[in-house]
Design a protein around this ligand. Structure first.
Ligand code: OAD
Length: 243
């Protein structure tokens, strides 16, 4: 912890990459592991472009669950710590999460690589709506339809789809210019997000990782802080302030 705090103090440009583990302490299930969504739902069936075109109502079982969890969730202290870290050089939060918790906490620059549950989109006519407008009906079990009569879906990246190109470009630029990247609560197995810390390292950045267990990234990390994001991040920022 001490050397990680020193590293944070030295770094003038900091970028954070978050994954589902960041939201676990806010009550949102991760994807992998025993209690992960992918142990209950088949992603090809429930979260892919082909699955959605074949049986949208089945995919909506998963979307509804995710929307219910995310709309009821509050950012924990780890999120607040990342907002405070902006005063100490944090320039961007790149997230694979679709729950909007970084924005709820007040982080200024959030790059959502996998989209957001906060908007609905119509693949047929391109119409968009705030999910909030229809959240009551959705949680009552209805499927949202567009004015053009197609089924709408959350604006999240489904399997078989590319990531939003502009957001991805911004993420690549951010990691190329950073002196420290902190990877938090991600299993580091899904590309291209998993490559971002390695790209940063090639450009001279240090890698710090926060996770409850080692991942594929851990052997490449300069600092591994084992523990919960909601506990480690507030401690890091407190110690940084006392430095
Ligand atoms: P995963 O579910 O694969 O990994 C969650 C990580 O968080 C694991 O490494 C856990 O050890 C760690 N973890 C759990 N609780 C934690 C806590 N309290 N504090 C810190 N770490 C904790 O989630 P992601 O890596 O985000 O994509 O998954 C990446 C992508 O795979 C997702 O965005 C999703 C999924 O398929 C799409 O849906 C497109």
């Amino acid at each position: 912890m001490k050397s990680a705090v020193e590293e944070l103090r030295r770094a003038d440009h900091i970028v954070v990459l978050t994954g589902a583990g960041m939201s676990v302490e806010s009550g949102i299930a991760p994807f992998r592991g025993e209690d992960g969504l992918w142990s209950e739902f088949d992603p090809q069936e429930m979260a892919s472009v082909t699955g959605f075109s074949k049986h949208p109502e089945r995919c909506w079982q998963l979307f509804r669950l995710q929307i219910e969890e995310c709309f009821g969730a509050k950012p924990h202290e780890g999120y607040e710590a990342l907002v405070e870290m902006e005063d100490h050089g944090l320039e961007a939060v790149i997230t694979q999460n679709v729950d909007g918790l970084h924005q709820k906490a007040g982080s200024k620059k959030v790059l959502e690589l996998h989209g957001t549950l906060n908007e609905l989109v119509c693949d047929s006519c391109g119409n968009r709506k705030d999910t909030e407008e229809m959240v009551g009906e959705i949680l009552d079990g209805e499927i949202p339809y567009c004015e053009c009569e197609a089924v709408m879906r959350p604006d999240v990246v489904l399997f078989g789809e590319p990531l939003p190109q502009n957001t991805l470009n911004e993420a690549w630029s951010a990691v190329e210019d950073t002196s420290l990247i902190i990877s938090i609560g991600t299993s580091s197995v899904v590309q291209p997000a998993a490559s971002l810390p390695l790209t940063a390292k090639r450009s001279g950045s240090t890698i710090m990782e926060v996770n409850v267990e080692p991942t594929q990234l851990t052997p490449r990390a300069d600092h591994f802080l084992e523990g919960k994001a909601g506990e480690i991040l507030p401690e890091l920022v407190e110690r940084l302030k006392d430095f």
